[in-house]
Ligand binder design. Structure first.
Ligand code: C2E
Ligand code: CA
Ligand code: CA
Ligand code: CA
Length: 281
């Protein structure tokens, strides 16, 4: 692209080429990491904004690469989706999250009043048998379906609404909770809110973090909260980074909150300790 200046060693390469190269090696290495079970799930608490107790945890994939260090899900999840590896990753996450919640029950010696949330990619909805995947995770962990929340995005609906409807209904038949993730950032119509069995709206952090400086963001959050209430759905706010946001959201009637103000995603045993520390009884 650029003429090489005399005497200057050309240590760079065109941006697109190096990005494509990195993407390709991420794919190869992600495949290996999945086979060698090198990914981990971290658990971020969702706090009941009324009681202050932990309502549940969202399972988030983490990958520490031997040489490259921590690789963000924002980078490897899209690669997993493009390559189809998300099917394997998604099943792994489902099984492990369910097993972790079962382990916590066992450690405390009771059925904990907690759920675990697992992200489902639109690619999984389009290509995998979700009902089969979830029932197999329930069977091997021994959990009942009401302990699971599946977080789906609007993009899993727009491509094939008929298929999405069957998937959502199959999840309800297993007694699982269905949450609409990143609500408000997608391109689908509001009509699906009426047609699909959705239990929870997760308000995207882009709206939540804007609330303190932008009255329009507050208006959007208010509107989503009243829409959810009118439709009999619960609400979670993502990206709660300050006590002011937590207080404001609680006053507006948002049911739960998730964000760095409460805790970042935690390792399995840290997460259980966090639950204990906020337990009332
Ligand atoms: P998401 O589902 O919207 O998850 C929430 C993201 O917000 C997480 O990023 C979380 O660490 C981050 N977060 C939590 N609290 C705060 C906060 O207060 N402020 C800010 N700025 N960020 C906060 P993470 O873990 O990097 O994951 C990014 C995305 O990768 C997730 O977004 C999700 O779409 C995807 N992802 C992660 N794990 C999985 C997985 O196992 N399966 C699938 N399909 N997707 C996953
Ligand atoms: Ca999510
Ligand atoms: Ca989200
Ligand atoms: Ca988000």
């Amino acid at each position: 692209k650029q003429a090489k200046a005399a005497g200057t060693p050309q240590v760079y390469e065109p941006k697109e080429a190096s990005a494509a190269r990195r993407r390709f090696s991420i794919e190869t290495e992600l495949r290996r990491a999945l086979d060698k079970d090198q990914l981990k799930l971290f658990y971020q608490p969702l706090i009941n904004l009324k009681s202050g107790e932990v309502a549940g945890f969202e399972a988030l994939a983490r990958w520490t690469h031997e040489d490259r260090g921590e690789i963000s899900p924002a980078e490897f999840i899209p690669v997993a989706e493009e390559s189809g590896l998300i099917l394997q990753l998604g099943r792994w996450a489902m099984d492990n999250a369910a097993q972790t919640l079962a382990n916590w029950d066992k450690a405390i010696g009771e059925t904990l009043p907690l759920y675990v949330g697992v992200n489902l990619s639109a690619i999984q909805v389009a290509r995998d048998n979700i009902a089969d995947m979830v029932s197999s995770a329930l069977r091997s962990s021994g959990l009942t379906g009401d302990r699971l929340t599946l977080e789906l995005t609007e993009s899993s609906i727009v491509q094939d609404p008929g298929r999405a409807t069957r998937v959502f209904e199959a999840l309800k038949a297993l007694d699982a909770t269905v949450a609409m993730d990143d609500f408000g950032t997608g391109y689908s119509s509001l009509a699906y809110l009426q047609r699909l069995p959705i239990d929870v709206l997760k308000i995207d952090k882009s709206f939540v973090s804007g609330m303190m400086r932008d009255p329009d963001a507050v208006a959007i959050v208010r509107a989503v909260l009243s829409l959810a209430e009118a439709l009999g759905m619960s609400t979670t706010a993502e990206g709660v980074e300050t006590v002011e946001l937590a207080t404001t959201l609680a006053a507006l009637g948002c049911a739960s909150g998730q964000g760095y103000y409460f805790a970042k995603p935690l390792e399995e045993d840290e997460a259980l300790a966090y639950w204990k520390s906020r337990r009332r009884r």
